[in-house]
Ligand binder design. Sequence first.
Ligand SMILES: [Zn+2]
Ligand SMILES: [Zn+2]
Length: 345
Amino acid sequence: MKALLLEEYKKLRVADMPDPEAAADEVRIKVEACGICGSDIHGYDGSSGRRKPPIIMGHEAAGVVESVGIDASDIAPGTRVTFNPMLSCGECEYCKRGETNLCNSRMVLGVSCDEFHRHGAFAEYVTVPARNLYPVPNEVPFEHACMTEPVTVATHAINRTPVQDGDTAVVVGSGMIGLLTVQALLVAGCSKVIAVDLSNDKLKVAKELGAEHTLNPKDDDVVAKILEMTNGNGADIAVEVVGATPTLQTAIEVTRRGGSVTLVGNLAPTVDFAMQAAVTRELTLYGSCASNSEFPSALKLMQDGKIKVDPLITATASLEECPGWFDRLYSGEDGLMKVIVKPGE
Ligand SMILES: [Zn+2]
Ligand SMILES: [Zn+2]
């Protein structure tokens, strides 16, 4: 099969690779669409240590079941599917509690690090355990279905957050996951969502997707403005979707006493933390990592148009066009969001 191989850091090549064989409890999927994730870009140069070459990256995918292992015979070839790229053991205490994203021996497809190595879906075929599959409704095109995983990252974060009807929420960071989080907060019952980002382009999309106000720290005193919008109290909820000191600081400062801050951003390993503010104002902090049971509900939200992914798609690309897109995304070119790879083209 054709696959996009990360041969060494910053060196991607379309290579001829052996077709992967489905194990007994797995299926082989013909990949129709696979999104390039921010984590692929951070892994590509070795800085995250999570894409050790040689590796086929790609964990946000959708396609058609092509063949099934002997223990996966209840799945019909031809079924349109997406999958949870986080593979869990099914047996540890966490898995038994349904917290598969916290599994003792979790692995992520398309990731290679010290603990594991598993090829992903920037390829014509990928193999996935049958229990990780979710059927995709016919109304959801593959280019949208491959974004189910990022949608679940947002909905999982909001499931972690105690949202009350009518709450005001602030989303700090309006990239891909931030823009999905804006929508997930509205679905969960927030009446007002304020989006914050350094890019006016992204803020424009946030507004289209339902954010009532948008603030750019380059132009606005974000904390003062949010206090003004919330009778001087601050927002009920803040979601940090960047993972850096200044954005965490903003999230804490804009949250009212007794409110909650959900941490999704995962860029810097450590940050300066306004501990005293969190203590004296009795903030509750929630960490949120990937997702677990949110796939069916995320697909339904996309099918019903309650979470829109179309405005987040910059381009679709063939495998051959991929190295060029990685260069552009890596350089931080303005205005780029999700690039979707179609290995069949
Ligand atoms: Zn991802
Ligand atoms: Zn487990």
